[in-house]
Design a protein around this ligand. Structure first.
Ligand code: RTP
Length: 132
């Protein structure tokens, strides 16, 4: 069964959205294979967002993702990567459709509540990175 990596970011955890977001994945049909609350340090943040290192918002992105605990999950299901991305919605909440997690719970791209792996290959890399 395909696996994906999903992480509720510090704003989502702070706002008490873990339960609501986990319920959405469960209701959609995903199986939660593993889950844990953890804190991301600067080094892990720099690896995870290495593809954005040249962006002007990189420093603020690292500050945000390290600002408090995240809730990391391994989800299993049919086409888990693509199904999870659809449920999560577009990166920028302004473009995310109502009914998606970002469409319903976020206003601004800087604080978009959740991360989901964008390919099967990256999902396996991120699962290894966060769960070892
Ligand atoms: P994620 O990795 O969090 O699931 O996001 P994504 O694939 O949808 O988008 P990506 O381009 O990889 O961006 C990663 C995260 O960087 C922040 N971001 N801020 N201020 C900005 O213009 C901007 N653009 C991206 C967001 O937190 C985004 O999720």
């Amino acid at each position: 069964m395909e696996r994906t990596f999903v992480m509720i970011k510090p704003d989502g955890v702070r706002r008490g959205l873990i339960g609501k977001i986990v319920t959405r994945f469960e209701e959609k049909g995903f199986k939660i294979a593993e889950a844990r609350l953890m804190t991301i340090d600067e080094q892990l943040a720099s690896v995870h967002y290495a593809h954005l290192q040249s962006k002007p918002f990189f420093g603020e992105l690292v500050e945000y993702i390290t600002s408090g605990p995240v809730f990391a999950m391994i989800l299993e299901g049919h086409e888990a990567v693509r199904n999870a991305r659809t449920l999560i919605g577009f990166t920028n909440p302004i473009e995310a459709t109502a009914g998606t997690i970002r469409g319903d719970y976020a206003l601004i791209v800087d604080y978009n509540v959740i991360h989901g792996s964008d390919s099967v290959e990256n999902a396996e890399i991120e699962i290894e990175r966060f769960f070892g």
